[in-house]
Ligand binder design. Structure first.
Ligand code: GTP
Ligand code: MG
Length: 407
C-alpha cells in the first residue's frame, strides 16, 4: 500500500513528507521546489499487543515506545499541481504519473489561505483553499479520463462485436489501468455504481466516462484532506469552512506539518519526549535548550497542541491507512508459543494488511515463497489452525506454516 501526497505548489507537501518520514528533502517557500517524486517510509501508530500478552517485545521492522507500536508504511511526495495540469500546465501530467501506484491520496491544502491557486504567496486568509479541493480532484479525474479515453471507441466496439472475442469491458478497462493500483473488483463496482450497462459501452457518453472515473477514484484512490499550516490563527475559520463544505465527502484533518517536523527533530536529538501523534511533549530533564528553541517549542504548545490536540500529521497518516484503506494490524511470528522470530525476538514484526485479506495473503506479503508453499497458519492466542482463506482480524498474532519451512 502506498499513500501519495498531492496538492498545489507551496502548501507544505514536502514538509509533511519530511515530518512523516524524518528524511531531509528540499523545502522552500516558492512553487515547484519538488520536481522528482520522493519515496519514503512513514509510520502508523497503534497500541501494541505486547501488554496484552504480558511480555516485553523486541521490534525489528517497527518500533515500540511505551506500548505504542509504530509500523512502517510507504509514502510518496510529488511535484505540486496547478489548474490545467492534466492538460500539461505547470509540471503537467508527470506528477500524476508519479501517483499511479498510490492507494490513497493525502491532499495537502493551505489552511492559512496564504497561497494562491498557483502556489504564490498572498496575504493570509485572502485565498479560499476550498477551490483547491475542487480543482485537484478535477485534475486527477481528468488524468484518469485521459487514460480511459485513449482508444475508447475501439474498445467499446470490441465488447459489442459479438461472441468470438467474449471481451468484457471490465477486463479491458482493468488491462488499460494496469499499474494504477486499481483492482478488477473496483472497476466492476464503479461500473455498477455509475449505473452503466456493461454490455453496451458504445452508448456511454463522455459524461458517463467521467462519472465512471470519479467512482473508480473514490473506490481505488480515496482522498483525505490535510488542512495544513493550522498553526496560523486564521486557520481556525478556514478549517471550519472546509469542514462545512466537504466533511460529508472527505475526512478533513487539521495539520501543522512544520510543528511536527520541529517536534520530531527535537525528540531525535533527545531534547524532548514526544511520540508522533501525542497531544503534548515534555522537555527532558537536563536538556539544554537555546532561547530560540524554547520559544519555538512554546509556540507549538500554545498555537498547535493546545488548540488542535496534536499536529495532525500522525492522525492524517493513521486515518488514511486505517480508516480509508481499512487497514488492520497483524503480527507474524515464527514460534507461536514464544511469539518470536527465528532469532528469538519477541513480536518482531507488525504489518498493515487490509480488512478482508486472508492468512494466505499474509504469507504472500511476508514472502512470495512462503505464500507459494503455504500449508496452514496458527493463531497464537488460541493455538488453533487456520486455513488459507481465514480472514485476518486486527491485532492477530499469526504463524505461517509452509512446506518450504516445515521441519
Ligand atoms: N506556517 C506554516 N508553514 C508551513 C507549514 N508547512 C510548510 N510550511 C511552509 O510552506 C512553504 C512550502 O513548503 P514545502 O513543504 O516546500 O511545500 P510543497 O507543497 O512541497 O511545495 P512544492 O514542492 O513547491 O510543490 C515553506 O515555506 C514551508 O516552511 C506549516 O505547518 N505551517
Ligand atoms: Mg515539495
Amino acid at each position: 500500500m502506498l499513500a501519495g501526497i498531492v496538492g498545489k505548489p507551496n502548501v507544505g507537501k514536502s514538509t509533511f513528507f519530511n515530518a512523516a518520514t524524518l528524511l531531509n528533502v528540499p523545502v522552500a517557500n516558492y512553487p515547484f521546489t519538488t520536481v522528482k517524486p520522493n519515496f519514503g517510509t512513514a509510520y502508523i501508530r497503534v497500541k501494541c499487543v505486547h501488554e496484552e500478552f504480558g511480555v516485553s517485545d523486541n521490534p525489528v521492522n517497527s518500533a515500540c515506545v511505551n506500548g505504542t507500536r509504530l509500523i512502517p508504511v510507504r509514502i510518496v511526495d510529488v511535484a505540486g499541481l496547478v489548474p490545467g495540469a492534466s492538460k500539461g500546465r505547470g509540471m503537467g501530467n508527470k506528477f500524476l504519473d508519479d501517483l499511479r501506484q498510490a492507494d490513497v491520496l493525502l491532499h495537502v491544502v493551505d489552511a492559512s489561505g496564504s497561497t494562491d491557486e498557483e502556489g504564490r504567496l498572498v496575504r493570509p486568509g485572502s485565498y479560499d483553499p476550498s477551490k483547491d479541493v475542487e480543482f485537484v480532484k478535477e485534475e486527477v479525474v481528468q488524468w484518469l479520463l485521459s487514460i480511459i479515453e485513449r482508444d475508447w471507441s475501439k474498445m467499446a466496439r470490441t465488447v459489442e462485436a459479438g461472441s468470438k472475442s467474449k471481451a468484457r469491458i471490465e477486463d479491458l478497462l482493468f488491462d488499460k489501468l494496469s499499474g494504477l493500483s486499481v483492482s478488477r473488483k473496483s472497476i466492476e463496482e464503479a461500473i455498477s455504481r455509475s449505473e452503466l450497462k456493461s454490455d453496451k459501452p458504445t452508448t456511454w457518453a463522455l459524461e458517463d466516462l467521467k462519472r465512471l472515473c470519479q467512482s473508480i477514484l473514490k473506490i481505488s484512490k480515496p482522498f483525505l484532506i490535510a488542512a495544513n499550516k493550522c498553526d496560523q490563527p486564521i486557520a481556525k475559520e478556514i478549517v471550519s469552512n472546509l469542514e462545512a463544505k466537504f466533511s460529508n465527502e472527505y475526512p478533513i484533518v487539521p495539520c501543522a506539518a512544520e510543528a511536527e517536523l520541529v517536534l520530531r527533530r527535537a525528540s531525535e536529538r533527545g531534547l524532548i519526549d514526544y511520540v508522533p501523534g501525542d497531544a503534548t511533549f515534555t522537555v527532558r530533564p537536563g536538556a539544554s535548550l537555546s532561547d530560540a528553541q524554547k520559544r519555538a517549542l512554546d509556540l507549538i504548545a500554545k498555537q498547535v497542541l493546545e488548540i488542535w490536540k496534536g499536529t495532525g500529521v500522525q492522525r492524517a497518516l493513521n486515518d488514511s491507512y486505517l480508516k480509508l484503506l481499512k487497514g488492520i494490524v497483524v503480527y507474524p511470528v515464527e514460534d507461536e508459543s514464544k511469539l518470536t522470530d527465528k532469532k528469538g525476538n519477541i513480536l518482531p514484526d507488525a504489518r498493515i494488511m487490509r480488512q478482508g485479506e486472508t492468512a494466505l495473503d499474509l504469507a504472500f506479503a511476508i514472502h512470495s515463497e512462503l505464500g507459494g508453499s503455504f500449508l496452514y497458519a496458527i493463531d497464537a492466542r488460541t493455538g488453533m489452525r487456520l486455513g488459507a482463506d481465514y480472514q485476518l482480524k486486527n491485532n492477530d498474532v499469526i504463524k505461517v506454516v509452509s512446506a518450504a519451512r516445515k521441519g
